[in-house]
Design a protein around this ligand. Structure first.
Ligand SMILES: [Zn+2]
Length: 507
């Protein structure tokens, strides 16, 4: 009896619960994540936690076929959402059901699920696609490099668009499984640990796993013929390095540099704290470019980095990024100093340790090298603008600012800051302003003016500011006509440090 009486109200209540919000409440996700430097980068309305990429690549033709499975959570009531992707898509499914899709903008894929997606829901998106990445031009340019024996994806600020659909911005990091099938006799390189490798019917399949949050631009893929070396660190981390078999005259210097990965990482741990990822390594494909990139767990090095002989300094730079850039990533691309200032300063510290010039000598040198009217000082490392994001000043002036900080707070606080920051924001994102606040907290000193002078003013810090920060105190002496010339001598490490300056900015 009772059941019959209460049933209608129970029914009414449950109906209320399942009635969806009106269609008007579901809106499209934004086509960009909100980064003023690159308005089309990333997307709004969802957050990806994992990418499963299953790829087949033909080195002869550059044909890449793929199925990407993305695990994500919606962050708003979504009527549709965007992915950043350029290759031709044949099918998209959301939660197993076919979705409609359309291309828009230069690299947007608009996905409209069969039913709108409520906020806070775990969703699975499967995208099937195929194409030749090298032929894909976005704004007239391709990030994908072809080599005589394959192809390479390693670029900043974006490369994912050429080989997998993503939420292409460092704010949305995720873990990765990358499985690549290539013809027997060809190798693949990607991030993290090589979980398995097996051959069947003329094809070899490699499965790579990166088990810590990773930005899309730090996700890399190389296919080609490589010599691979493996090792383990003292703590048991697997090391895997790969060298293209046709590096020619650069082969020895490349190996003499990248094989130093283990001891460089060990030294970096003493400065920055525990290494944050599940694998170490580096790779040198036979590309014609000149830059290197801190692709997570396994930096990319162009052979040209070693044309002048071994360059351990560039290995120091890219491995330093594993803490400063990869584990702690930019919030927006304007925060690039958080990455490049510290990776460059790590090279200065390495120089100091190797007896090839102290960080102070390098700072004096940089300060003296650029007269006040040099456009070098127009670049503000704290917010350089997209056109100057990878300007040399972001690196050199950026490192100079860090020496000014060191002299202001003293070595004890300084090294505490260097080690504390990667732990404070491990696997996350941070802005330049967050670093300033952190340095103030650790040192107990007000630092806003110091950083304003060295990171944000579009002019050369005055001799008095330089003297105050104990950077280039001799510049003050040189200004006196009676003083002997006190121009700093070029530190021995400077050449290698500048050689690694093409570190980024392939475009
Ligand atoms: Zn760098």
């Amino acid at each position: 009896m009772h059941r019959k009486i209460i049933a209608p109200s129970v029914l009414a209540a449950s109906l209320l619960l399942v009635i969806p919000a009106s269609a008007a409440d579901f809106t499209p996700g934004a086509p960009g994540i909100g980064d003023p430097y690159y308005p089309a980068s990333g997307n709004g309305g969802y957050d990806v936690s994992h990418y499963d990429l299953r790829l087949t690549y033909q080195p002869k033709t550059d044909l890449l076929e793929g199925t990407a499975t993305l695990l994500a959570t919606t962050q708003q009531d979504l009527s549709r959402f965007n992915l950043d992707f350029g290759l031709a898509v044949s099918e998209v499914r959301v939660n197993g059901t076919k979705a409609s899709f359309a291309k828009s903008g230069s690299h947007e894929l608009e996905v409209t699920p069969a039913a709108p997606l409520p906020k806070g829901r775990a969703i699975t998106v499967v995208v099937k696609y195929a194409g030749k990445p090298f032929e894909l031009k976005v704004d007239g340019w391709t990030a994908w490099q072809r080599t005589p024996d394959g192809g390479v994806a390693a670029q900043e600020p974006d490369s994912a668009v050429w080989w997998f659909p993503s939420n292409d911005h460092p704010l949305d990091k995720a873990t990765y499984d990358v499985t690549v099938k290539v013809p027997d006799g060809t190798q693949t390189v990607s991030n993290g640990v090589l979980q398995s490798q097996s051959s069947k019917l003329g094809w070899t399949t490699y499965h790579w796993r990166s088990n810590k949050p990773q930005a899309s631009y730090l996700t890399t893929l190389a296919v080609g013929k490589f010599d691979i070396t493996t090792d383990k660190t003292a703590s048991g981390l697997p090391i895997l390095n790969a060298y293209s078999k046709d590096l020619g005259d650069n082969d020895g210097a490349a190996r003499a540099s990248v094989e130093r990965t283990k001891d460089v990482a060990e030294w970096l741990e003493s400065v920055f704290g525990s290494y944050p990822f599940n694998a170490l390594g580096g790779y040198v494909p036979n590309v014609p470019t000149h830059f290197a990139l801190e692709t997570q767990t396994r930096p990319f090095y162009s052979p040209a980095q070693f044309a002048g002989g071994a360059n351990v300094s560039v290995v120091v730079h890219e491995l330093a990024h594993q803490w400063y850039g990869d584990s702690v990533s930019v919030k927006g691309w304007k925060d690039i100093w958080d990455n490049e200032g510290f990776a460059s300063y790590a090279q200065w510290l390495w120089s100091e340790k190797e007896g090839e010039g102290t960080a102070q000598e390098l700072a004096d040198w940089v300060y003296a090298q650029h007269p006040a009217d040099d456009p070098f000082w127009k670049v503000k490392p704290g917010d350089p603008g997209p056109d100057d994001q990878f300007d040399g000043a972001v690196y050199d002036r950026g490192a100079l600012a860090i020496q000014a900080l060191r002299n202001t707070v003293g070595d004890a606080s300084f090294f505490k800051i260097l080690k504390g920051w990667p732990a404070e924001h491990a696997y996350g994102n941070a802005a330049v302003g967050d670093f300033v606040k952190y340095a103030e907290k650790v040192s107990g000193k007000p630092l806003a003016e110091l950083f304003d002078t060295w990171l944000y003013q579009p002019s050369k810090p005055s001799a008095s500011a330089a003297t105050k920060a104990k950077v280039a105190p001799r510049a003050g002496l040189a200004a006196s006509p009676s003083a002997p010339s006190a121009a700093p001598v070029e530190p021995k490490s400077w050449k290698k440090i500048t050689e690694s300056h093409a570190a980024h900015g392939g475009h």
